[in-house]
Design a protein around this ligand. Structure first.
Ligand SMILES: *[C@@H]1O[C@H](CO)[C@@H](O)[C@H](O)[C@H]1NC(C)=O
Ligand SMILES: [Cu+2]
Length: 238
């Protein structure tokens, strides 16, 4: 049994185990893979939280632009659909040994198709950490790769980047050992009341390499362990 666990740990650190936010479900439609999302051909992580590639991914996983924008109604739920590769199905989301938090952010932009996403303007709209002994990444894996994200009803209409993120902490006991996976979808929000103006944050900037949620040993958790989800506070409509 011990040997199996150790082998699984090694498997988790290989390229075969990573993941991509490959497609979006909105308004009851699951759009094709890479439709309105800047997807990379390689599924590797970002590990330097100071890099501009923390915003919408990038080298060493270069992303392809998309000329599509997806319509989303404020107040509804969308799903960021995660897949091991762009060809994988719902039973191949990510190695279940990739344990960690799951988050989603929005940034209001003038042109969702061309905005690089780097810098200020981001606010967090969804997060999951470690609840009742289960990591949020495993919730997404068990949900066939669907990360459910409620789009706030109170924000302004217009074009946004939707940045969905999964973090794997199996190597996080050393600095920059956390693996961060993210892609940006290009969306146009309608039906928002525009009554709230979220406080915004910069990416890079939202994380530090020594954040307690990014630098920790998840294999020696105390029984009273409380995970601190990285990044800014969750935005909620008043
Ligand atoms: C939308 O998602 C939230 C958070 O996961 C959930 O509580 C709510 O029931 C969902 N609403 C619908 C209509 O599915
Ligand atoms: Cu991986």
């Amino acid at each position: 049994m011990k040997a199996t666990i150790i082998l699984a740990g090694f498997a988790a650190s290989t390229a075969s185990a990573h993941t991509i936010f490959a497609q979006l479900t909105a308004g009851g439609t699951t759009y094709p893979v890479s439709h309105g999302i800047r997807t990379p051909s390689y599924d590797g992580p970002q590990t330097d939280v100071r890099s501009n590639n923390m915003a919408c991914n990038g080298p060493p996983n270069p992303t392809k632009p998309s000329d599509k924008t997806i319509q989303v109604i404020a107040g509804t739920n969308v799903s960021a659909v995660w897949r091991h590769t762009l060809e994988s199905g719902p039973n191949d989301v990510m190695d279940p040994g990739h344990k960690g938090p799951v988050m989603a952010y929005l940034k209001k932009v003038t042109d969702a198709k061309s905005d690089k996403g780097v810098g200020d303007g981001w606010f967090k709209i969804q997060e999951g950490g470690y609840t009742n002994g289960k990591w949020a990444t495993n919730v997404v894996i068990d949900n066939k790769g669907n990360q459910v994200i409620q789009i706030p009803s109170c924000i302004a209409n217009g074009q946004y980047l939707l940045r969905a993120e999964m973090v794997a902490l199996h190597g996080a006991r050393s600095t920059n050992g956390a693996q961060l996976y993210m892609e940006c979808a290009q969306i146009e929000i309608t039906g928002g009341t525009g009554t709230a103006t979220p406080k915004t944050y910069s990416i890079p900037g939202i994380y530090k390499s020594n954040d307690p949620g990014l630098l920790l040993d998840i294999y020696s958790l105390k029984s009273n362990f409380q995970y601190i989800i990285p990044g800014p506070p969750l935005f909620k409509c008043p």
